[in-house]
Design a protein around this ligand. Sequence first.
Ligand code: OGA
Ligand code: MN
Length: 308
Amino acid sequence: MIGVINIAGYTAYTLTIMIKIMKLSVKPLHRTLSDFAAQVTGVDLSRGFTADIVEKVQSAIDQYGVLVFRDQHIDDDQQYRFSEHFGTMEQATGDVIPRGDRRLSMNVNDISNLDKNGNVLERDDRTRLFGLGNMLWHSDSSFKTIPARYSLLSARVIPDTGGNTEFADMRAAWDTLDKSLKRECQSLVCQHSQLYSRSSLGFDDFTESERIAWQPVVQPLIRTHPNTGRRSLFLSAHIGAIEGWPVPEARMFIRDLTEHATQRQFVYAHQWKKWDLLMWDNRVTMHRARRYDHAQPRDLRRTTVSDG
Ligand code: OGA
Ligand code: MN
């Protein structure tokens, strides 16, 4: 038994029985892709979880790449404790929030438009403008030497409209690439940096220490999933160069591949409800945030499992 917590009125034993009675089920969500994005029901992470649940979630994420859990009334600690069963945890070192201004612990990425007092950030706030980079198609932490394996994102406050998160299936993108392009991609190595993704939006007033911290790292353009053996394109807005290629040609090539990979038939668009928890495998997906009214609060919290 792992992860059981005591809440008023229930003993740990009763909770264990309740968790065992709930039946986990996994149902595909995508209109046409039968193995991309699924909803998981019969789990209530606020009550704890068993090794059996972790195992079933692991096999579901391998198969579907994106999982949706509704009605998960969890706090940051519960989210972290569930996440850490899927690998080594990553720290939230990829943002520009000044140390003293953090709202959340370093175990959690603050995917919100709020300051440490819970107020909505001003329109021209640097942290907010940096965060707009999440609206570019990307794979989490591809700018780190060891990128992210899984991301888990929990919705605590959502705006009235907009603010969807979209996911694109990079396995389908690979499978449908024509033969000559596949051959061309074969041995390519890309350079990823947040300096590239943010500059593409005109955000380039980086501090000296940001420039040093975010020197480009290299990642292969094609990946093979260790559990399924399926290949996928490893694309991300953080890519700014391909080793051995002239920069404009590299960037144009990556744009073309991104356009192919993010066609609507490869995309699952998630419309958030409060207390949704999403889990995705960054090795086989890209994702992006969509626009919403910047004057309304949006509070999402991300825990991240590294690919190390
Ligand atoms: C993230 C992310 C998108 C969104 O949490 O990594 O890119 O919709 N979020 O906020
Ligand atoms: Mn992201």
